[in-house]
Design a protein around this ligand. Structure first.
Ligand code: C5P
Length: 240
């Protein structure tokens, strides 16, 4: 099963308060973005990479120069879903047929080859595509509508059957592009690719269990955790 890798990397990710977007923060001499694409860039099944970038991104060219894969660059959009849609538009105008596209966040540096293999194997033969996800382990609390006082519990939500969506997510190019176009026309921004497919009502993406280490870096605590995971893998010789 061959695929194109799509990386939305146009976010400015300033919640970390760092002087550069989070995907360009470095761990062990490599940016998060490089860690995030390493397992795909060395995968024989990857036909190329489409990356959505913020205007004037000064960090990408040096990373791109080291990639031994065809690369398409596009300008990202206002929302993550816009960036993915614009990347898919560029790909759709350049390739024949309906290849598989694997969409992965630029700030998920701990994805492993085992997870990619599990996703590809699990989604093969499932036309609606699929995604890595994790069953919820914690008890879920819903807060009372935010007010001036302390935040308090309104109720406990049943967690049975709930999963956290991760990336990569794997779909056929043209149905995913159609789904993202329809969402954009309706003024809706899905927070992952699977949601856009769900909205079409045309299929139910498959949930493939991912790894707890496959976290998206959002806070400084995430960054520290990711650094520990990658350092341990490097020491053990299992980093990609
Ligand atoms: O901000 P968040 O963590 O949700 O971003 C997830 C991914 O989407 C990141 O890789 C980020 O660079 C990307 N993104 C994008 N275009 C946007 C917003 C986010 O490519 N407008």
């Amino acid at each position: 099963m061959r695929y194109w890798l799509v990386i939305p990397a146009a976010g400015i990710g300033q919640r970390l308060g760092a002087p550069r977007p989070k995907q360009y923060l470095e761990i062990l001499g490599r940016s998060l973005l490089e860690w995030s694409i390493a397992s795909f860039a060395t995968d024989e099944r990857c036909d190329g990479i489409v990356v959505a970038l913020a205007p004037g991104d000064p960090w990408w060219p040096a990373i791109c120069a080291r990639l031994a894969r065809p690369v398409l660059e596009v300008a990202g959009g206002a929302e993550r879903s816009d960036s993915v849609r614009l990347a898919l538009e560029a790909l759709a105008s350049r390739v024949e047929g309906d290849p598989w596209v694997l969409v992965h966040d630029a700030a998920r540096p701990c994805v492993t080859r085992d997870e990619i293999d599990a996703l590809l194997a699990g989604v093969a033969g499932h036309p609606a595509g699929g995604l890595l996800a994790l069953p919820l382990a914690d008890t879920l609390k819903r807060q009372v509508e935010a007010g001036a006082g302390p935040v308090v519990v309104a109720l406990t939500e049943p967690r049975q059957g709930l999963w956290r969506a991760l990336t990569p997510q794997l779909f056929r190019l043209r149905p995913l592009l159609d789904a993202l176009r329809a969402a954009a026309r309706a003024g809706r921004a899905p927070t992952d690719e699977a949601q856009a497919i769900e909205w079409t009502g045309l299929g139910q993406p498959r949930l493939i269990p991912g790894a707890a280490a496959n976290i998206k870096v959002t806070t400084t605590a995430d960054l520290a955790l990711v650094a520990t995971i990658l350092a341990a893998r490097s020491a053990a010789g299992t980093a990609t």
